[in-house]
Write a protein that binds this ligand. Structure first.
Ligand SMILES: Nc1ncnc2c1ncn2[C@@H]1O[C@H](COP(=O)(O)OP(=O)(O)OP(=O)(O)O)[C@@H](O)[C@H]1O
Ligand SMILES: [Mg+2]
Length: 383
C-alpha cells in the first residue's frame, strides 16, 4: 500500500496547538475573531467556518466567515441579522452537531447564492457564563460529517477563544482610555501653551498696525519684533505639545529664568505692570513635573488676569518655604464670582490649573472678589 492510500492521519494535537497559538497571539478583537474562524476551519478541516457575535437583542452584531470567496460573499447579500438556527445558538450555552443542517426543524432557508451545507457543528464561546459568540463549521472532511472528536477540539478552541476575546476587549478599552487621556492632555497643553501666545500676538499685531498707519515706523518696528518673538514662542510650544515635551522655555532655561522671560515677553504686549519675584533664583532644584506645573499655572493665571481682569498690576511670586514650593499670582483687576464661571463648559483655564496642581501632588486655591482682584495660589509639597 502506498502512503497516499493511508487514511489521512490528523495530527490533532499539533493542529490544536497551532490554532490556540494563532488565536491567543492576537491583541485586537477583530484579529482574534478573524483568527478564531480561520483556526476553526483548519482545525477540523471543514469547508466552511463562521463566527457570530451577538448584540444586546441576541442578533448578530458581527459575523465573520472563512471558506467563502469575496465574490460569493457579495452574491449572498447582507450578513444575517438573526438566522434561525445560528441565532438560537447564540442564546444556548451548548454545542450542536448534525449530519444535515437542512433537515433541522429550526432551519429557515438560505439566500439563493448561499453555498450548500449539510454537516454542521456549532460551539458557543462562553466566558464566565456570558455567551460572547458562537463558532460554526460546515461540511466536514469525511463525507461532510463531524465527529465527537471534532466537537471536543472545537470546544477547546472556543474556550481559549473566550479568554483571548475578553483579553483583547480589555486591551481595547485600555487603549481607548489612554486615547481619551491623551486628547485631554493635548487640549490642556494647547490651551495653556499656545492659545495665550496667540492672544498676545493678536494684540501686538493690532498695536503694530495702528502705529504703522500713524506713520510711527520706529515704534511699529518694535511691536513687530515682539510679534516675531511671540510667533516663534507659539511655534516652539506647539512643537512641544505635538512631541509631548516639557514647556520649551523651562526645559532650556530652567524655571525661574523661563518665568522671567515669559513675563518680559507678555509685558511688552500688554499695558500692565507685571512684576515677578522669586526667593530661589538659580538654586531651586525642583522635580521636572513640579517645575512644569508651576510654569503652566503661572502662565494661565497671568493670562486670565490680562484677559479678564483689566488690572493695573499683576504680582507673580515664587517662594520655597521648607518642604514646599508656592506660587502666587495676584492681580488688582475686577475679580469674579467663581461659581458661575466654573460651570461654563468651554472655560478650560481654571480646570486645567486645578488638574495640573493635582497631578503634581499639590493644590490650587483661587480667591477672587469682584472689584478687588484675584489671587491664584499653587502649593506643591517637595522633598
Ligand atoms: N484674574 C481674573 N480676573 C477676572 N476674571 C477672571 C480671572 N480669572 C478667571 N476669571 C473669570 O473666570 C472665568 C473662567 O476662567 P478660565 O480660565 O477657566 O476660562 P476662560 O479664561 O474664560 O477661557 P479659557 O481659559 O479656556 O481660554 C473667566 O471667563 C473669567 O470670567
Ligand atoms: Mg483662561
Amino acid at each position: 500500500m502506498s502512503s497516499t492510500d493511508q487514511p489521512a492521519c490528523r495530527d490533532d494535537l499539533g493542529a490544536l496547538s497551532r490554532a490556540l497559538l494563532a488565536v491567543t497571539e492576537q491583541t485586537s478583537t477583530r484579529e482574534v475573531l478573524q483568527m478564531i474562524v480561520e483556526s476553526a476551519r483548519s482545525l477540523v478541516g471543514s469547508e466552511f467556518a463562521a463566527l457570530g457575535v451577538p448584540d444586546e437583542q441576541g442578533r448578530f452584531a458581527e459575523f465573520y466567515a472563512a471558506g467563502v470567496s469575496d465574490e460569493q460573499w457579495r452574491a449572498i447579500g447582507p450578513v444575517p441579522r438573526a438566522h434561525g438556527l445560528l441565532s438560537l445558538m447564540m442564546r444556548e450555552d451548548r454545542a450542536y452537531r448534525t449530519r444535515d443542517v437542512q433537515t433541522d426543524s429550526r432551519f429557515s432557508g438560505w439566500p439563493s447564492a448561499h453555498p450548500d451545507m449539510r454537516g454542521f457543528l456549532g460551539v458557543p464561546i462562553v466566558d464566565c457564563g456570558t455567551i460572547l459568540g458562537s463558532v460554526y463549521v460546515a461540511n466536514g472532511p469525511d463525507g461532510g460529517d463531524f465527529t465527537a472528536e471534532d466537537e471536543r477540539l472545537l470546544g477547546i478552541l472556543a474556550a481559549h477563544a473566550a479568554i483571548a476575546l475578553t483579553r483583547a476587549r480589555m486591551f481595547e478599552r485600555d487603549r481607548e482610555l489612554t486615547l481619551v487621556e491623551e486628547r485631554s492632555r493635548i487640549a490642556r497643553d494647547l490651551h495653556d501653551a499656545v492659545a495665550q501666545k496667540l492672544f498676545s500676538l493678536r494684540l501686538t499685531v493690532g498695536a503694530a498696525e495702528a502705529l504703522a498707519l500713524k506713520g510711527d515706523h520706529e515704534r511699529a518696528h518694535v511691536e513687530f519684533t515682539s510679534v516675531k518673538e511671540l510667533a516663534g514662542a507659539a511655534l516652539d510650544e506647539l512643537r512641544a505639545v505635538v512631541t509631548e515635551l516639557r514647556p520649551p522655555a523651562v526645559r532650556e532655561d530652567g524655571l525661574v529664568p523661563a518665568l522671567r522671560k515669559h513675563v518680559a515677553v507678555i509685558s511688552r504686549a500688554h499695558p500692565v505692570d507685571v512684576r515677578f519675584r522669586s526667593d530661589c533664583d538659580g538654586r531651586c532644584a525642583l522635580p521636572e513635573a513640579v517645575e512644569d506645573a508651576v510654569f503652566r499655572v503661572a502662565q494661565e493665571a497671568l493670562h486670565n488676569a490680562l484677559q479678564h481682569g483689566q488690572p493695573a498690576v499683576v504680582d507673580i511670586s515664587l517662594s520655597t518655604p521648607r518642604g514646599k514650593v508656592r506660587l502666587t499670582v495676584s492681580d488688582d483687576g475686577r475679580g469674579f464670582d467663581e461659581a458661575p464661571a466654573v460651570e461654563g463648559g468651554h472655560h478650560l483655564g481654571l480646570a486645567s490649573m486645578r488638574e495640573r496642581a493635582r497631578r503634581a501632588g499639590g493644590r490650587l486655591r483661587v480667591e477672587s472678589r469682584p472689584g478687588v482682584g484675584t489671587t491664584v495660589e499653587l502649593e506643591v509639597p517637595v522633598e
